[in-house]
Design a binder for this molecule. Structure first.
Ligand code: PGA
Length: 254
């Protein structure tokens, strides 16, 4: 945790979830009571097909809803794509950009991530910008250089603590059950904090830095107590309301 920064827990459903899982969204919304919401922001990012119904289900609750990706442009001839404005039109408030699966599956570069982050800002969405090194980069001792590059080229100058959240996700920890040690996470998050502060000043000091990669109810307390870890981006464990809420509950007593 970072003093004076309200944490944030986001659930990324990825390409999972059909109508028969809508009850999990409703259950999650019900679980985020006022007391919990005072301690941490909680946001679910279902697939685009469920976005509008998700915001309807979470209406009048403290659960926030986000998308998993957006196109850099506002509208136009881009078959199959969804713009940040369309996401905002569904009453969603957040959007993940630059997830490593998008970088791998769709060849997204830092420049693409920058344009998408700017699109989120243009539409009034908070961008959840993902950064992280691959296993090969980690093994080669290049993690910090990769993160520095992603932060410099993928995060626009206009970024601040209101319009952007950073999510550090080591690619080798995503969906694998492996996590870095708390000490390693502390070192990397301190490095990210330094870079953000150097580049953006005060807003960089106040920006939330989430950890993501195999966060589960069983390891959440340990991971979320690390210095400069201001919440989590949760994949697999966000699909079941019970597990996702158990992770969020870590903050209730804090
Ligand atoms: P995981 O995914 O929690 O299933 O490891 C995290 C993510 O990709 O955001």
């Amino acid at each position: 945790m970072t003093p004076d920064i309200k944490p944030f827990v986001a659930g990324n459903w990825k390409m999972n979830g059909e109508r028969d899982q809508l009850d999990q969204i409703a259950l999650t919304a019900r679980g985020v009571d006022e007391e919990l919401a005072a301690k941490t922001g909680v946001c679910l990012c279902p697939p685009a097909t469920l976005l509008y119904v998700a915001t309807t289900l979470s209406e009048d609750t403290s659960l926030m809803v986000g998308a998993q990706d957006c196109h850099p442009e506002k509208e136009g001839a881009h078959t199959g794509d969804v713009s940040a404005e369309m996401i905002a039109d569904c009453f969603a408030t957040h959007c993940i950009v630059g997830h490593s699966e998008r970088r791998t599956d769709h060849g997204e570069t830092d420049e693409t991530v920058l344009r998408k982050t700017l699109a989120c800002h243009r539409a009034g969405l908070t961008a959840i910008v993902c950064i992280g090194e691959t296993e090969a980069e980690y093994d080669a001792g290049e993690a910090e250089a990769v993160l520095a590059r992603q932060l410099t080229h993928g995060v626009p100058e206009s970024t601040n603590e209101h319009n952007t959240i950073i999510a550090y996700e080591p690619v080798w920890a995503i969906g694998t059950g492996k996590t870095p040690s708390p000490d390693d996470i502390a070192t990397i998050h301190a490095f990210i904090r330094e870079r953000l502060a150097e580049r953006l000043g005060g807003p960089g000091e106040r920006m939330r830095i989430l950890y993501g990669g195999s966060v589960k109810p069983g390891n959440a307390a340990e991971l979320l107590s690390v210095n400069n870890v201001d919440g989590a981006l949760v994949g697999g464990a966000s699909l079941k309301a019970e597990d996702f809420l158990a992770i969020c509950e870590t903050y209730r007593g804090v």
